[in-house]
Write a protein that binds this ligand. Sequence first.
Ligand code: RIB
Length: 309
Amino acid sequence: MARRPRIAVVGSANIDLTTFTDRFPKPGETIFGQKFDLGFGGKGANQAVAARFCGADVFMVARVGNDLFGPATIENFKKLGIDTTQVKQVEGLSSGVAPIFVEPNGQNRILVVKGANDAMKPADVDAAGETLKACDCIILQFEIPLETVYYTVAFARKHKVRCIVNPAPAQAVDLRALAELDYFVPNESEAETITGVAVKNLEDARRCAGKLLAGGIRRVIVTLGANGSLVAGSGVSEHVPPFSVKSIDSTGAGDAFIGSFAVFLAEGLPELEAVRRANLYAAMSTTGVGTQKSFYKREAFDAEWLARG
Ligand code: RIB
C-alpha cells in the first residue's frame, strides 16, 4: 500500500464563536441572534483537520494561549490523530479567538483576535525542522506573523518541500518573499486586497492572477466560492467549475479546499484533478454548520465524488 501523504501546517488555531443572525445591529442597538455555535477553528487548524480527514498524517506547528481554550485545542488535535509535538502553550497570552457572524444565505463575516498565534517565530519553525523536512507539503496562512510565513517559505524551498500559502486574512504582502512557494491560494476578497483589482467575475480573477504572476508568484489558485476556482501560471489560465450543493454556512470552505487539495496533490493526482476534487470537498463543507465540524471524512467524500460521476 502506498504510504499516506504527510502534510504539515505551520499556522493558527482559534476558537470560533459563531452567531447566526438575520441582520447586524445598528450602532447602539441590541437585537436577538438566531443561534450560536462554539467550535474549534483557525485557518491553520481547519486546514490541518481537512487534510487529516482526507487521509493524511498531519503535523501541526502552532501556539495556543494560557487559558481554557489552549489545552482544549491541543486535546482536539490529539483526538483527531494530529501530531501536536510542536503545538505549545504560551504564558501570558490568550488563545486566538474568532467571533463569526453568519447571515441566512450562508455568507460569513469573521473577526480574528490572534492572541498566541502572533507569538509564532522563525525559531519555532527551526525547532520543528526535522519533521517539516520529511513532509510532502507545508501549508501556511496569514494568521501568524508574516516574518514567520516568509521564513517558512524559504525553509520549504531550501528543503524541496512543496509549499502552499493561503494569504488569509489578506494584508499588505511582500510578493518577492513569497516567490519561491508552489501555490498561492487567495479567495476573491484576499486577491482583491493584495492586488488592488476588484474580483467580481472570472475575467477580474484572471486579471488579478496575472498581477500576482507578474509580481513573481509562480502559481495562483483563486477560489471563487460558488463559482469554482481559477488556476493560473505561466501560460495557464484554467477555470475549474463548481459543484452545486445546498449551502448553509460557508465558513471554513476555503480551508477545506486547501487542506484537501494538499492531500490530493500529495497522492499524485494531476493538478486540475486535485483542484476539481478540492472544489467538491469545499462545497460539501458548506452544507454543515461551523468549520472543522462541517468537514467530511474521506469515505463520505469518495462516495459523493463517485456519485457525481
Ligand atoms: O477560515 C475560517 C476561519 O477563519 C475560522 O475558523 C476562524 O477561526 C478564522 O481563522
